[in-house]
Design a protein around this ligand. Structure first.
Ligand SMILES: Cc1ncc(COP(=O)(O)O)c(C=O)c1O
Length: 368
């Protein structure tokens, strides 16, 4: 082989001159390695599909032509979703490569110099990140410190002051797991000068929803995902709302954003919804059991959860140490200490299988 000419170094000043300072200041989204660990850090459904279902699914995949582009709107999948999720008549649907992509499309649709995104904190970090990517300013209104409830007067004052083009409320909220008061959310939607997105990523684990309220206000859209229900690897989110809004947001969609394998696999999974629903029922039952077990540990305060995870505070401190100790014991959770002033000494644990939850509780007791 002839000698290759040396690679030309990229001059740091070129990077500095061209990359936006706010992007330079970021760290790329971190996903910690989890090999060999009980993975309770990412709100995944812990149950695989039964073997016979896998066989049937592989038969479906056999028929797929990967040499062809997918259906651009994923129409067959949209029809399955409408039926499976009982979506309200008169509302349109937009599919995203995860609900993250839909958050990005919303920001791209509304971004303009001086426009703002508003959400509550602690909340889902991608609202802030995507606002920044789209060149919008971000405003985070703190939740109430004692119970992470919506601080309605503070949110209403911020809406008045900041006039956000886009407001996100996760319902239930991540990372706190609670549902905000529905009347308070209604008041936020009524007062907001821009779009309000009620993000129901954790809908499979609660009976509360704003889907039936679509159409009660002209500026409400509901965001959902199939990730937490058990299809995180397929990446499929959907946005539901009035056709006027969906039609505009759809213009920012990259062509063929949902690949053929995801379209076919998700439609297949929705035709076998009872399997996934049985799994989410087990997760809900396990959530109750895990919450009780945590409440019995001295010095641990688990917060109420309507999602598939539980936020807990170590009342005697030392969450980072406990996090490391859990990891050494083979359990990966999320350390939230330092993520927000209201989350001092907090950990977030995803509800796993009964065995995984028992292993976590045992390791936590040992860590304290
Ligand atoms: C509130 C909320 N919204 C949206 C998402 C994104 O989910 P996905 O992109 O997998 O659909 C998450 C993921 O953790 C979340 O917690």
């Amino acid at each position: 082989m002839p000698d290759k000419t040396p690679l030309m170094a990229v001059p740091p000043d070129l990077i500095e001159r061209l990359v936006r300072p706010e992007i330079r200041a970021l760290r790329a989204y971190q996903v910690p390695p989890a090999a060999g660990l009980i993975k309770l850090d990412a709100m995944e459904n812990p149950y695989p599909w039964p073997e016979d279902l896998r066989g049937e699914w592989l038969e479906v995949l056999r028929g797929i032509e990967v040499n062809r582009y997918p259906d651009p709107q994923g129409r067959a999948l949209q029809a399955e979703l409408r039926q499976a999720m009982d979506l309200p008549a008169g509302m349109d649907l937009l599919l995203g490569n995860g609900s993250d992509e839909l958050i990005q499309m919303l920001a791209l649709t509304l971004a303009a110099p001086g426009r703002r995104v508003l959400s509550v904190e602690p909340g889902f970090v991608m609202y802030r990140m995507i606002a920044l990517f789209a060149g919008m300013a971000y405003v985070g209104v703190p939740l109430r410190a004692d119970d992470f409830a919506l601080d309605l007067p503070a949110v209403l004052a911020a809406l008045e002051r900041e006039r956000p083009a886009l407001t996100f409320l996760a319902y239930p909220n991540n990372p706190t797991g609670n549902l905000f008061d529905a009347d308070a959310i209604g008041q936020v939607i009524a007062a907001a000068p821009g779009l309000v997105i009620v993000d129901e990523a954790y809908a499979p684990f609660t009976d509360a929803s704003f889907l039936p309220r679509l159409g009660d206000w002209p500026n409400l859209l509901v965001l959902r995902t199939l990730s937490k229900m058990g299809l995180a690897g397929l990446r499929l989110g959907y946005l539901v709302g009035p056709p006027e809004w969906i039609g505009e947001i759809d213009k920012t969609r990259l062509p063929y954003n949902i690949n053929v394998l995801t379209q076919a696999s998700t439609a297949f999974a929705l035709r076998h919804l009872p399997v996934l629903q049985e799994q989410t029922r087990r997760i809900r039952a396990e959530r109750g059991r895990l919450h009780q077990a945590l409440a019995q540990i001295d010095g641990v305060r688990p917060y109420p959860s309507e999602a598939n995870f539980i936020l807990l505070r170590l009342l005697t401190g030392g969450a980072p140490r406990a996090f490391e100790s859990l990891k050494r014991a083979g359990v990966l959770v999320k350390n939230l200490d330092g993520a927000h002033p209201l989350l001092g000494d907090c950990l977030r644990v995803t509800v796993g299988t009964a065995e995984e939850n028992d292993a976590f509780v045992e390791a936590l007791e040992a860590a304290l």
